[in-house]
Design a protein around this ligand. Structure first.
Ligand SMILES: [Mn+2]
Length: 429
């Protein structure tokens, strides 16, 4: 059986980054580009592995950014199979999400399993809901591809995956040549402190039934064992993501008679250039020198004519050497603007005051530094001091959940689950 498909994820339509209309448009353009590629490549179907939208409540321009490209796919008869990510789930008191709305209008097929007494039920798509669809390949009409879809389950992911494996084991896969499963989750060793991640060993048992694990959620791209594939975010949702320029989408060609049975190419989509300019303030005797150093520093990081209208982020690092002097952010902006034509200039101050730095903390990652700060705070409070490290971990996870706009209910559930698991309680003194 031969077929060809496109896999993307974490588009985050509707994100008006830095409160700039132009950044809002960038997210729409990235989606449009990828859809255009799907049409040019004449794929059999498109997989959207979660977080099409940045927020649950979207406005008409955002809906339009989704509908216009989806309309093109619909006209070409290219089905779009989707799952909900943490960003596009409905509020828990609401029943239908924007993904459901788009499904109802025939733009996509939002897949999800149902659960009965803790067991996953995998029903075929019936035109309204379901956990899987069977698709015929245009390239090979006798061939059949099955796509399962599993949305975001947050901290419950660890419990959900084994039940999926059991449910897959009871499915009849006769007549199905190739099986795909979409998941809005990932292994826990890609990046620290992401929710809905599990040890890779929890995912591995799915391999018995699934040929291509189509992942979303983690914005850093990765693939493993020619089996799990995560394309990352097409546009840059946070400056952390600048470090992964290889983000994009997969074009996958399947030939079940060949070895290996599929070839997945990760393709980087065009996106707004981001230029990060780190400056170590410890090198300077006086503040004036900092401003003077910027043009040369900027020159080191701006490359070629493709860096049109970039987002420029000047990152100040190191131990702050100037007593009580404030950086003039406007002045930095105008220095940058003399040299390039930036869309926006951001100044991120990661400096620390003298005396507050950790003697061996100079080379700590941002995440590790954060963990230490939390732990230090818990150590100051006798009610938490005894298990400060565990409380710090919990605080980091809750912070991540809030940033991911998890529902209050799921945050409380995670808190209870974690405290039980770690046998934590707040000592009454
Ligand atoms: Mn996302």
């Amino acid at each position: 059986m031969r077929c060809k498909f496109l896999h993307l994820s974490d588009v985050h339509l509707g994100y008006q980054q830095y409160n700039l209309k132009e950044r809002f448009n960038d997210f729409g353009r990235a989606f449009e580009y990828i859809v255009q590629r799907a049409i040019e490549e004449q794929v059999d179907f498109v997989l959207l592995a979660g977080d099409l939208f940045h927020k649950r409540s979207i406005d008409p321009p955002t809906l339009l950014q989704a509908v216009m490209p989806l309309e093109m796919l619909k006209e070409k008869g290219i089905p779009v199979l989707a799952i909900e990510g943490n960003h596009d789930r409905p509020h828990y008191q609401e029943v239908i999400s924007w993904m459901d709305f788009l499904t109802d209008r025939g733009y996509l097929i939002a897949l999800r399993p149902s659960f009965e007494s803790g067991k996953a039920i995998l029903k075929e798509w019936d035109g309204f809901c379901g956990a899987y669809v069977d698709l015929r390949s245009r390239r090979d009409p006798k061939g059949m591809v099955r796509v399962y879809g599993v949305p975001y389950y947050g901290a419950a992911t660890k419990q959900v995956i084994p039940t999926l494996r059991d449910a897959l084991n009871e499915m009849d896969h006769r007549g199905v040549d190739y099986v795909i499963m979409m998941l809005h989750a990932g292994p826990d060793d890609v990046l620290p402190h992401y929710l809905a991640t599990v040890p890779q060993s929890v995912l591995t048992p799915l391999r018995e039934f699934v040929h291509y694990l189509a992942l979303g959620h983690i914005h850093k791209p990765y693939e493993r064992e020619n089996w799990m594939f995560n394309p990352g975010s097409p546009e840059t949702c946070s400056s952390e993501e600048v470090a992964w320029p290889e983000r994009g989408f997969y074009l996958v060609e399947v030939d079940t008679a060949a070895q290996p049975i599929h070839r997945a190419r990760r393709i980087q989509n065009p996106r707004r250039p981001f230029v990060q300019v780190p400056i170590n303030v410890e090198l300077f005797q006086e503040l004036q020198e900092l401003y003077v150093s910027i043009p040369a520093k900027l020159g080191e990081h701006i490359r070629g004519p493709d860096a049109a209208q970039p987002v420029v982020e000047v990152v100040l690092e190191g131990i702050w050497p100037f007593a009580s002097e404030r950086v003039d952010v406007e002045r930095i902006r105008s220095i940058v603007a003399q040299q390039v034509e930036p869309l926006v200039v951001r100044v991120t101050n990661r400096t620390v005051a003298r005396g507050t730095s950790d003697p061996d903390g100079d080379n700590l990652s941002h995440a590790e530094l954060e963990r230490r700060v939390f732990q230090h705070l818990f150590e100051q409070d006798v009610r938490y001091a005894f298990h400060a490290a565990q409380w710090a971990q919990l605080a980091i996870e809750i912070k991540r959940m809030v940033l991911e706009e998890s529902s209050p209910q799921s945050i409380v559930e995670h808190l209870q689950h974690y405290m039980e698991e770690q046998q934590l309680n707040v000592s009454d003194l």
